[in-house]
Design a protein around this ligand. Sequence first.
Ligand SMILES: [Mn+2]
Length: 245
Amino acid sequence: MIAYFVSDIHLRSIQEVNARLLVRFLKSVTKKDGVTHLFFVGDIFDFWISDHKYFIEKFEPIINEVQRIVSEDIVVYYFEGNHDLYLSSYWTDRLGVKVFKDHEVFQLNGFKVRVEHGDLIDPEDKGYLFLRKVLRTPVIEYVAHNSPEKFIAKLGEKASQASRYYTTNVKTQRVEETIDKIHTYAQKKIKETEFDFIVTGHVHVRDEFSFVWGEKRIQSVNLGSWMQHPSAYRLTEKGGGFVDI
Ligand SMILES: [Mn+2]
């Protein structure tokens, strides 16, 4: 068993360096090298909603690789982030990728692994939590699915040009505080669901942390962001660790 986890690549175009790195990484995700699972843990794209042709064409080389990976019977999961939403109509129905909106616990070769995007790690981020609620209302879902392709293309271009201020500055200002929040979240969630690993993203701070719960050592992993450090978390029956991309 080899499982890879990636998140928060925030791709805006297929021309950028991280898009090339992602395609190269996906090419290395093969059955012959023993890969069994691939987890997209949200915000892979800086903007993708629903099943619009605009996104499918824009990110075609990535889609082609995902198709090839699925055809090799490698299990691919996609956890929606806050920049990639309403994915199931294309990613599940057309590509065969199971999509999750919330957390999920997987049994991976003896390890119980809890996976989620991580947008609930910071309870003080009230503005974001409100936005999260709004984005997930039926009205927005309807608009996301039914907006004309032209409007989506406009929105997509706007999103691609939008300032990186929030994601590059605001989010990384208080690294220690964020790390505390990741650890607190893991220690809180273990009281609700049993797991050996908790894998999150969203807060853009790459972090590995372990703590003892009862008789067990629990591992908490935050995947960080490719804007700082392109990497994937690799889990095998021996345990896990980051690999540089
Ligand atoms: Mn996010």
